[in-house]
Design a protein around this ligand. Structure first.
Ligand code: NAG
Ligand code: NAG
Length: 440
């Protein structure tokens, strides 16, 4: 029993090995058949006769709209660019090769149509990664390389931040002209109705698409452009162009603008209050009550009056008089005390001496008066300048405010009504939507 089991296992393993190796052998044999026996030459176009044109089908899948940089006018996108064409030299009879239905080949082994992004901004014409091409027994070649393209896009910032932009990704072949290859939009077949339709839009797979935080895609048409005035053998005669008409989501920018405005207003108001003096403004009882009592209490602010020590009998000095008293005190400390106290020796000298003794006191009083007058003049001048500044400030406010308000309203409304048109192309009634496809 055990022997039989062992025998069966060995037989099973052997069958598996043989089938795997035959499969590999068949693929090897097919490669040998295509590239050696039939002498595939990748430099040659896949045509029977020289005047034949190769049809190349293109589609673009957008997986991420990375950014649109206004400064260098560059749109950065992460895309898959789908190529399809027939290369009859790569066809095989599947029943002759163990029903191999798909062959994966490195792109360097086969002929490629060399389609590049014409309006790139960084000399990066080609795809990012040369992934394998897939070939089926009919000779149909399917190639889906990924790419990160930096395309140039003319930016119009007239209505910033309510702007929309019209960016393009223009593909053409710089190696082959319109007599050698013919570019088409990819053609798909509806599985239900078996109708063929061109894919006249940029494909977005919701599962694999990362939406941009700043830009909303409004239209995404795809078009084949033929420039009849350009000769057939120029690479400029035909191109496949994918258009991205995108609108800025202004919410974030609006928030920033409002924030900046509020901060500036706050600074202006606080400065205005800070530089008020008794000679420029009268503080009403209501202001005193609300801003000095209620609001600080509500905001749990400590009042300096509470913490300042007060001692009994201290003179309630007005702060403005402190300076003068200090000056007077300074004067009397400079003059020695002995000079001020009369020492009466003789009655005769009394009057003279008294006068002599009085003189410094009078001088001192004059000195104080003169000082006070200077100080008052100075303060008055200062107050005048203050008032002039306030007048100029008010004048500017009166002049600038209407201009600012009017300008803001005009810009805002112009921006709000600056929507992209409902259709992607002017004068073309078709909307290039997947839900509204045009049967061939
Ligand atoms: C493919 O190969 C099978 C078996 O060799 C043959 O019968 C059939 O005619 C071939 N088909 C074509 C299209 O050559
Ligand atoms: C976008 O630009 C293309 C030309 O590059 C133009 O044909 C098309 O009308 C423009 N679309 C809009 C909505 O302006």
């Amino acid at each position: 029993m055990r022997a039989l089991y062992l025998y069966l296992s060995i037989a099973l393993v052997l069958t598996l090995c043989v089938s795997v190796s035959t499969a590999r052998n068949q693929e090897e044999r097919l490669l040998n058949h295509l590239f050696k026996e039939r002498a595939y030459n990748k430099e040659q176009r896949p045509v029977q006769s020289q005047d034949e044109v190769v049809d190349v089908y293109l589609a673009l899948t957008l997986s991420n709209l990375i950014s649109l940089k206004e400064v260098d006018e560059t749109l950065t996108t992460n895309v898959w660019i789908e190529h399809g064409w027939y290369d009859h030299r790569l066809s095989w009879n599947a029943s002759e090769f163990d029903d191999i239905s798909i062959l994966r080949l490195p792109p360097r082994l086969v002929w490629l149509p060399e389609i590049v992004l014409e309006n790139n901004n960084d000399a990066q014409f080609q795809v990012a990664y040369y992934c394998n091409v897939l070939v089926d027994p009919s000779g149909y070649v399917y190639w889906l390389p990924p790419a990160i393209f930096r395309s140039s896009c003319a930016i119009n910032v007239n209505f910033f931040p309510f702007d929309w932009q019209n960016c393009t990704l223009k593909f053409s072949s710089l190696t082959y002209n319109a007599k050698e290859i013919r570019m088409h939009l990819k053609v798909e077949t509806d599985p239900d109705t078996a109708e063929n339709f061109p894919v006249e839009w940029i494909i977005i797979d919701p599962a694999g698409f990362t939406e941009n935080g700043e830009w909303e895609i409004i239209h995404k048409p795809a078009r084949k452009n033929i420039h009849k005035d350009v000769p057939l053998d120029s690479s400029k005669h035909q191109d496949i162009t994918f258009y991205l008409i995108i609108k800025r989501k202004p919410l974030y920018l609006m928030f920033i603008m409002v924030l900046v405005t509020v901060v500036v207003l706050n600074c202006v108001i606080v400065l205005n209050l800070h530089f008020r003096t008794p000679s420029t403004h009268v503080m009403t009882d209501w202001t005193k009550e609300f801003f000095l009592e209620r609001l600080p209490r509500l905001l749990h602010m400590s009042r300096p009056a509470d913490s300042e020590p007060q001692w009994e009998g201290a003179l309630q000095r007005r702060s403005s008089s402190v300076g003068y008293i200090a000056k007077a005190e300074e004067y009397f400390t400079v003059k020695s005390r002995s000079e001020l106290i009369p020492n009466a020796k003789s009655e005769l000298d009394m009057t003279d001496q008294l006068l002599a003794e009085m003189k410094p006191a009078v001088d001192g009083a004059n000195y104080i008066v003169k000082n006070m007058k200077d100080k008052n003049d100075y303060n008055e001048e200062k107050d005048n300048w203050n008032r002039i500044a306030r007048t100029v400030d008010r004048l500017c406010l009166v002049l600038v405010t209407p201009v600012m308000i009017l300008g803001t309203i005009v810009i805002f409304f112009m921006g709000v009504y600056n929507h992209p048109p409902p259709l992607p192309f002017e004068g073309d009634p078709y909307d290039y939507l997947e839900s509204n496809r045009r049967v061939l």
